[in-house]
Every structure is written in structure tokens, then in C-alpha cells.
Design a binder for this molecule. Structure first.
Ligand SMILES: C[S@@+](CC[C@H](N)C(=O)[O-])C[C@H]1O[C@@H](n2cnc3c(N)ncnc32)[C@H](O)[C@@H]1O
Length: 223
């Protein structure tokens, strides 16, 4: 009986510790997430007046964020950082899935401003922001991706897609900004021929969200 009690005491002690520690640590994680959410929201709200560097409208940013969360994507690429508006929406979602965003910008002033914005929004640790020409950086990227947002030079959209598609995992999503679909399909910078090419690819299932500036959303269905 004495041996039984001696064995029971450590077990009871361990159980009591777990009962106390697990709720405490999950509460701490919840508080951290809430803190970051508040910081990002405040930052985005405070910049409502100031996004003027060809940045996406908030509705498109929200859509990118929601796609990533819904599909639990973790390895994201953005082509065309500008000063970081869409990057903040993407990285906000990535902060919740535990991933990383690579974003590329050729203009040094915008790249620097984006770095400051990522820091102020509390998202720097989730972002690898690269300064340089996406024409060479994108084809040289190693490893796979599960989410892409293409928003740099429109005339190069098709080349970016051709370079990235083999690296996109099946089930992954490729999005393109400032496009339109439907009658005429007129648009800036070779939009029409890009859309014709995008829609011709048999392994992509593409829709266009027109609530903002025109966002194509293509899910990769097979290799
Ligand atoms: C429409 S803006 C991007 C807006 C950004 N996604 C946002 O919502 O905040 C396009 C950006 O792509 C950049 N860009 C254009 N050509 C590029 C290239 N070859 N490599 C990298 N960035 C490029 C431009 O300097 C510009 O800042």
C-alpha cells in the first residue's frame, strides 16, 4: 500500500502541473496573437489615408489574407512589394499559419519604406524582403511555394507565371493583380494576352474577383 501511495504522489503532482500549465501557456499564445492582431489592425487603419504607391485596395488585401488562412498556406511569394500594403495582409495571415513571405521590389525607396512599414506593423519576422529585379530573382528561387501574388510589371506577368508554376505545389494558389475577365478583357500592360494564357492552362482553375482592382485567383489542380 505504501509503495502504491509513493508511486501515486508523483503522478498526481505531474497531472496537477499539466492541468495548471497547459491553460496558462495557451492563454499566453492567445494574448500574443491578439496583441499582434491589434498592432496590425491599428497600423492598417492609421495608413488608410496614406497608401499611394500603387498599393492594392484593402478589399484585395483582405482577400489575399483570407485565401492564405483558409488553405493554411505557409510559403508565400509576392512579386512587387512597393511600400508593403499587400505584403502586410499576406504576412498577417502567414503569422497565423507559421510560414514565411518572400517579397521582391526593384525600387530602393519603396523597398526601404516597406521595411519600415513591416516593422511598424509588427510583422518583420515573417517577411524576407528582397531588393532587386524580379526578372532574375524569381526564376532563381529554390524550393516550393504554396501561395503567390504577382503585382509588379504587367508586361512580365506571363514570364513570372511560367517561372513560378513548376515550383507551386498542387493545391497551391497563384494570384495576379489588375486583371479582368469577360467581354473585351481590356486592361493595362498586356492584361488580355496574359489572361488568355492563364485561362488556357489545364492544370489551373481560375476565377477573377472584381470587388477591388481585379484579382485573378488560380488554384493548381495537378502537376
Ligand atoms: C503595383 S506596385 C505593387 C503594390 C504592392 N503589391 C502593394 O499593394 O503594396 C508594383 C511594384 O512593382 C515594382 N516592380 C516593377 N518591376 C519590377 C521588377 N522587375 N522587379 C521587382 N519589382 C518590380 C514597382 O517598383 C512597384 O513598386
Amino acid at each position: 500500500m505504501k509503495i502504491f501511495v509513493e508511486q501515486l504522489i508523483p503522478i498526481l503532482f505531474l497531472t496537477a502541473s499539466l492541468v495548471l500549465i497547459i491553460p496558462l501557456s495557451s492563454a499566453a499564445v492567445r494574448t500574443d496573437t491578439e496583441d499582434l492582431d491589434n498592432k496590425v489592425k491599428n497600423f492598417l487603419d492609421s495608413h488608410d489615408w496614406g497608401w499611394g504607391n500603387m498599393n492594392v485596395p484593402a478589399v484585395d488585401g483582405q482577400t489575399l489574407h483570407d485565401i492564405i488562412l483558409k488553405n493554411n498556406y505557409t510559403i508565400a511569394l509576392e512579386i512587387g512589394t512597393s511600400t508593403g500594403h499587400s505584403g502586410i495582409w499576406i504576412a498577417w495571415a502567414i503569422s497565423k499559419t507559421g510560414g514565411k513571405l518572400i517579397t521582391i521590389e526593384i525600387n530602393e525607396r519603396r523597398h526601404r519604406e516597406a521595411l519600415e512599414n513591416f516593422e511598424a506593423a509588427g510583422l518583420s519576422e515573417y517577411i524576407d524582403a528582397r531588393l532587386g529585379d524580379a526578372h532574375t530573382i524569381v526564376p532563381a528561387l529554390e524550393g516550393s511555394l504554396d501561395f503567390v501574388f504577382s503585382d509588379a510589371d504587367k508586361g512580365w506577368y506571363k514570364n513570372y507565371l511560367i517561372a513560378v508554376l513548376p515550383k507551386l505545389e498542387v493545391g497551391g494558389c497563384y494570384t495576379t493583380h489588375n486583371v479582368s475577365m469577360g467581354r473585351g478583357r481590356r486592361g493595362r500592360g498586356g492584361n488580355r494576352s496574359y489572361m488568355d494564357y492563364l485561362l488556357s492552362l489545364p492544370n489551373l482553375e481560375t476565377t477573377v474577383d472584381n470587388r477591388g482592382s481585379g484579382l485573378s485567383i488560380s488554384y493548381k489542380k495537378s502537376k
